[in-house]
Design a protein around this ligand. Structure first.
Ligand code: ADP
Ligand code: 6PG
Length: 193
């Protein structure tokens, strides 16, 4: 099995981003806006769920690890296929183990975690018409959520900000990361010469 250890981003590679967080945190909205800003393809992991998963959630039952495994493989396959071109995927990716599973397909992926208080997210979820995900599953989403580890590439942003500000936060972070990587590779060049 490939190693899920996060791999430092190649400074020249187009961004490959997973916008993560609980249901209603803004993944679809921010993910679509970010892909437009970065001019890379976009996919929503909601559209990759097997029909049985959608039916289970719509009936008010939280998914378990077994339900999520094949879905995460489909999400990972998309990420792996977009490693060269870059891309943005909106995917809850709530547990570290789920993100590890995604990294087996795309080790360099970056994470943008949309983080916020339950009240704010519940209000947004409630004001979103026609979505299969019931508000009653929000507690389970928060209970399942595991924060980013120190060794995971990415950043955590506060969902109270406007969408444009969240997109800009990622762009600024990515630019700073690229500058660091370029500095490091120059230092390595110097020490190996
Ligand atoms: N930063 C934001 N500020 C205000 N409203 C937002 C923001 N992000 C998302 N929304 C709104 O909140 C609701 C949930 O967003 P959505 O993108 O569907 O979340 P998710 O994909 O994580 O379930 C939508 O009605 C969306 O328009
Ligand atoms: O792993 C899960 O439990 C689901 O993926 C879940 O996290 C996701 O939130 C739903 O697919 C609902 O979709 P929204 O996140 O768009 O509400």
């Amino acid at each position: 099995m490939p190693d899920p250890t996060p791999t430092p981003a190649d400074p020249g590679a187009p961004p490959l981003v997973v916008v993560m967080g609980v249901s209603g945190s803004g993944k679809s909205t921010v993910g679509a806006a970010l892909s437009q800003r970065l001019r890379v393809p976009y996919e929503d992991a909601d559209d990759l769920h097997p029909q049985a998963n959608v039916a289970k959630m719509a009936a008010g039952h939280a998914l378990d690890d077994d339900d999520r495994r094949p879905w995460l493989d489909a999400v990972g396959a998309w990420l792996g296929a977009h490693d060269g071109t870059g891309g943005v995927m909106s995917c809850s990716a709530l547990k570290r183990a789920y993100r590890d599973q995604l990294r087996t397909h795309a080790p360099r992926l970056e994470l943008l975690h949309l983080h916020g208080p339950r009240e704010v997210i519940a209000a947004r979820q409630a004001s979103r018409p026609g979505h299969f995900m019931p508000a009653s599953l929000l507690d389970s989403q928060f209970a399942t959520l595991e924060p980013l580890g120190d060794d995971e590439h990415g950043l955590v942003v506060d969902v109270a900000q406007p969408v444009d500000a969240l997109v800009q936060a990622y762009v600024d972070h990515h630019a700073a990361d690229q500058a660091d990587q370029t500095d490091l590779s120059h230092q390595t060049d110097r020490t190996t010469r």
